[in-house]
Design a protein around this ligand. Structure first.
Ligand SMILES: C[S@@+](CC[C@H](N)C(=O)[O-])C[C@H]1O[C@@H](n2cnc3c(N)ncnc32)[C@H](O)[C@@H]1O
Length: 221
């Protein structure tokens, strides 16, 4: 990947890439405490992304990196949700939630790599990834796969933390970057790591609470 259009301080690729096994290991540790530790701070962005999905036309929704399924109860009943994740430990919790809350519109929860899914082209109207783009081993491959499985005219949404371009937050994020493998996400994840230039120009970006720490990004394809 060429870095020529990116300033020397900001790299398109995060400092310490995660591979699939590192993701599974990290989320095996996180699964039991994920909702308690991360559920609160991320709730606003998740609710906002699901509200956007609910507003969009089409019922076939793919949620990539569904995790413990925190978003699942918030989809409207007419949306048919397929959730996929690499981590069986996270999926187990999502399955319990579906059962506990009788979420009959969740049609499948599958152990699957979101970068290479096996769904036929154009299988979904909408694909959404919440707090997952900075976790997958190869974000550009994730985006390419989401584009493939969403029908022409469909929509792709992400909620994620994207690294600050400058200032104190930039310094903190750079300092945390070496801990990526333990954290299971990249604090220094740049928008460029996910979106090639043509998509950056097209994407609608909305800063989210708290403090604009997360961004809702929507791409119409
Ligand atoms: C930070 S959690 C987010 C979970 C959920 N989306 C939420 O909003 O709480 C990231 C999730 O992405 C999953 N993940 C990471 N890489 C993946 C991949 N290549 N394919 C599928 N899931 C992946 C992890 O296992 C984890 O469950």
């Amino acid at each position: 990947m060429s870095h020529s259009t990116i300033s020397p301080q900001r790299r398109a690729e995060p400092a310490a890439a995660l591979d699939a096994e590192a993701v599974r290991r990290a989320y095996r540790r996180w699964a039991a405490v994920y909702d308690a530790v991360f559920g609160g701070v991320s709730a606003w962005g998740r609710r906002r992304a699901v509200a956007e999905v609910n507003r969009l036309p089409g019922s076939r929704v793919l949620e990539v990196g569904v995790g413990t399924g925190l978003a699942l109860p918030h989809y409207r009943p007419e949306k048919r949700i397929t959730g996929i994740d690499l981590s069986v430990d996270m999926l187990e919790r999502a399955r319990s939630r579906v059962e506990r809350e009788s979420l009959s519109n969740v049609t499948a929860l599958l152990e699957m790599d979101a970068e290479a899914t096996g769904f036929p082209d154009g299988s979904f109207d909408i694909a959404v990834g919440m707090f997952v783009a900075s976790v997958v081993p190869n974000p550009r491959r994730l985006l390419a796969e989401m584009k493939r499985v969403v029908r022409p005219g469909g929509h792709i949404l992400f909620v994620n933390h994207f690294a600050a371009e400058r200032g104190p937050r930039w310094w903190v994020e750079r300092a945390l970057a070496p801990a990526s493998r333990k954290l299971g996400w990249h604090p220094d994840f740049a928008l460029e790591a996910l979106f090639p230039e043509e998509d950056r120009a097209k994407a609608a970006l909305v800063p989210m609470h708290p403090f604009g720490l997360f961004t809702l990004a929507r791409l119409d394809i």
